[in-house]
Design a protein around this ligand. Structure first.
Ligand code: HSE
Length: 446
């Protein structure tokens, strides 16, 4: 269909939005604020014809035309006028059903739904490939950072050896406030929710699940592999204490929730956990709701991008970039898919095994709570030595914590299996007063 704009005849491309929450309202805002510049850049007129949500009465701070809102998703999915369906309801179902139905009806899809793609991506991409429609998902990973298109387009001549970063804005916001202001975990989480950063279920954020969903997507497109989401080792920030944050700083580190993906021959590392990173590394300066993704490609070398990882505007910007990319593809004529959804041709996607955590080799921060008496250090260091763990550095401040003194050890590189077994043995010592803690250190950052 064509449409006259500023004296020109422009092609008209129609979109429907499913999910009128925070990001959905942001998408409406972008349409309204930047409609003219979008049209100038596209050479086509984008129109948001319908918005479906179960709740169409709550005030979202954006005005919509009469008749634009509906509670009936079929007005989008079965609407022959709509070319692109934007899915922003999140979660596995009914998002999966809606997306598959949109694809079956020949519509291109834009989604911000990392949970859906991490778990049902293969089914969705196969359906889209069969139908010859695009599924774009830039907003699913790291909000405003264009990392998906960087991997799939700009850096696609590289073989990647690692992809890691700060992928959850809520956790980064909480850790930043705990580090800078010593704020309490629960209060900061509440503030993040009020700012619209957190998932509908914030345990997805604080337990690292949201970051693991995003890591699954990055691993798939960096390494051309299917990822069984359940195999990604996931730990949240719930056990990080202000004591650990202070000790980390004394040793020259900051604690961040990192999502780490590395290629190691025919296997990959895939893990999300609190990680100590050197204070001098630029990742340590990524604070608040900002995310960062660091890639290493064989030709580009290390490359890092920083941007807002959550929030209405940055995520809506990513969604609209995808809508425009699809609109451009459509203008090339036909429904052909220009870039494979998983960055590799479907018949070239492999299944790399995820390395068990017991086999990970890295440096560790260990914290023990022990009686302050002769021979304690000797007992601890003997057990560490017996498990092939070499001590790089150690402090034992005089202060008492719950009747015990903290003993903090930084190790040289060690295998996680050895660390876990050594700590289990140390925790059985009569002089140890509470369960010992460990935090992994990522020091191999250029
Ligand atoms: N809850 C997510 C975060 C939002 O905090 O990063 C975007 O995925």
């Amino acid at each position: 269909m064509t449409h006259a704009v500023k004296g020109r005849v422009m092609k008209q491309i129609k979109a429907g939005l499913i999910g009128f929450g925070t990001i959905g309202a942001g998408v409406v805002k972008v349409f309204q604020h930047n409609g003219p510049v979008i049209a100038d850049r596209l050479g086509a007129q984008l129109e948001l014809v319908k918005i479906a949500d179960l709740d169409i009465t709550t005030e979202r701070g954006v005005s919509v035309a009469p008749g634009q809102l509906t509670t009936d998703v079929e007005e989008i999915l079965a609407n022959p006028e709509i070319d692109i369906v934007i899915e922003l309801i999140g979660g596995y179902e009914p998002a999966r059903t809606f997306v598959l139905k949109a694809i079956a009806n020949g519509k291109h899809v834009v989604t911000a739904n990392k949970a859906l793609l991490a778990v049902h991506g293969e089914e969705i991409f196969a359906a889209a490939s069969k139908q010859g429609v695009d599924v774009y998902f830039e907003a699913a990973v790291a909000g405003g950072i264009p990392i998906i298109s960087s991997i799939k387009e700009n850096l696609c001549a590289n073989q990647f050896s690692s992809v890691l970063g700060i992928l959850n804005g809520t956790c980064n916001y909480i850790l930043t406030r705990m580090t800078q202001a010593g704020d309490d975990f629960a209060d900061v989480l509440k503030a993040a929710q009020d700012l619209g950063y957190a998932e509908a279920d914030p345990t997805f954020d604080v337990e690292g699940i949201d970051a693991a969903h995003k890591l699954a997507i990055l691993l798939s497109i960096c390494f051309g592999t299917r990822v069984n989401f359940a195999d990604i080792s996931t730990e949240g920030i719930g056990n990080i204490s202000s004591l650990d944050i202070q000790f980390a700083e004394q040793f020259g580190y900051k604690i961040k929730l990192l999502a780490i993906g590395k290629r190691d021959g025919d296997s990959i590392e895939a893990r999300v956990h609190p990680t100590m990173i050197p204070l001098y590394h630029p990742l340590a300066d990524v604070e608040g709701v900002f995310n960062a993704v660091r890639l290493v490609g064989d030709f580009v070398g290390p490359s890092m991008q920083i941007g807002y990882g959550a929030g209405m505007e940055a995520t809506a910007s990513a969604v609209m970039g995808d809508v425009m990319a699809i609109a451009r593809n459509m203008q090339l004529g036909g429904k052909g898919v220009r870039t494979p959804a998983m960055a590799y041709c479907a018949d070239k996607v492999s299944q790399l095994a995820i390395k068990p955590m017991a086999e990970i080799v890295t440096q560790y921060y260990l914290r023990f709570a022990a009686n302050d008496q002769p021979g304690v250090l000797a007992q601890i260091s003997t057990i560490l030595g017996n498990h092939h763990i070499s001590i790089a550095s150690m402090i034992q401040p005089e202060r008492q914590v719950g009747g015990a003194v903290p003993i903090v050890v930084l190790t040289h590189e060690a295998m996680e299996d050895h660390i876990v077994k050594a700590l289990a043995e140390i925790d059985k010592l009569a002089v140890i007063k509470e369960q010992s803690r460990f935090i992994r250190i990522e020091s191999e950052l250029e």
